[in-house]
Ligand binder design. Structure first.
Ligand SMILES: [Zn+2]
Ligand SMILES: [Zn+2]
Length: 266
């Protein structure tokens, strides 16, 4: 099976390798296409993202590489659009909509950087109530997806990264499922994100199986996504992910190339 990855970070944001090194790696892996989704600008944290002034150079470099390698692979220019960012959809082949922060009252709490920061967010922003944090996170994600009209919903339940939520419990699951239903009305494509596996902080992809089952039940689509920050991890755990999707009852996934989204049997 030939793969494709749309969720790729290069040296334009917090990735380790240049776009060209990543494209060469994708060609070696016999990919159908490779898409770049460097981080959009977030004013509350400039440490990992592109500045708006960099966007034109980003477009220019990826488009030049797209032309240079067009006989070997489809190269796409996208953006991982944070909920606190703005960008013009017309400038990109696709958007992945993600939430990385919860901000209020001048404070900005990263969702997926460290466990300590998440605990601070629960304590200071959410009255010590973990379910309240889950509601705030999912409310922001749904609002972002409806407003930004992305092509893909990014790492849907990334807030579970540090194991602080009762993700087997009914209350958490109800909040997450209601959010998934609402978000999928605006964007039916959800990524199965293996990024935390390649960074060795998890052993399973986002989202959890009960959410993947709901994507299937809702008639939505799954796109494999490595959330890759290095050229070696562009297809991390893709074969295993396809196998687990097949076992859950999926008969296809989707991928994107230069002509848009396509179904691929699994
Ligand atoms: Zn992200
Ligand atoms: Zn990412």
């Amino acid at each position: 099976m030939r793969f494709s990855n749309l969720h790729t970070h290069s040296t334009f944001s917090d990735g380790k390798h240049s776009p060209e090194a990543i494209i060469k790696s994708a060609i070696e892996k016999n990919f159908i296409s490779i898409g770049f989704s460097d981080h959009s600008y977030t004013a509350c944290d400039e440490s990992y993202c592109m500045r708006p002034v960099q966007y034109p150079a980003y477009h220019a470099e990826i488009r030049a590489l797209r032309d240079q390698y067009k006989d070997q692979i489809d190269v796409l220019v996208g953006l991982e659009l944070d909920a606190y960012s703005v960008a013009d959809r017309a400038d990109y082949d696709y958007f992945i909509a993600s939430v990385h922060y919860l901000c209020a009252g001048g404070d900005c709490f990263p969702i997926d950087h460290t466990r300590l920061q998440q605990e601070e967010c629960i304590a200071r922003l959410c009255h010590g109530n973990r379910l309240e944090m889950a509601k705030r996170y999912y409310d922001l994600l749904v609002e972002h997806v409806i407003r930004s009209k992305p092509d893909v919903i990014g790492h849907f339940d990334v807030l579970t990264k540090f194991g602080l939520f009762d993700d087997a419990g009914d209350d958490y699951r109800r909040v997450a499922l209601e959010a998934l239903d609402a978000a999928m009305k605006a964007c039916p494509v959800v990524e199965m994100n293996t990024g935390a596996i390649s960074r060795k902080v998890r052993t399973v992809p986002y989202p959890q199986d009960f959410l993947l089952a709901r994507v299937l039940e809702n008639g939505g689509e799954i796109i494999l996504s490595a959330d890759s920050h290095a050229k070696e991890t562009l297809d991390c755990c893709f074969a295993e992910s396809v196998e687990s999707l097949r076992k859950m009852g999926f008969d296809h996934i989707v991928y994107m190339d230069a002509s848009g989204l396509h179904k691929q049997e699994i």
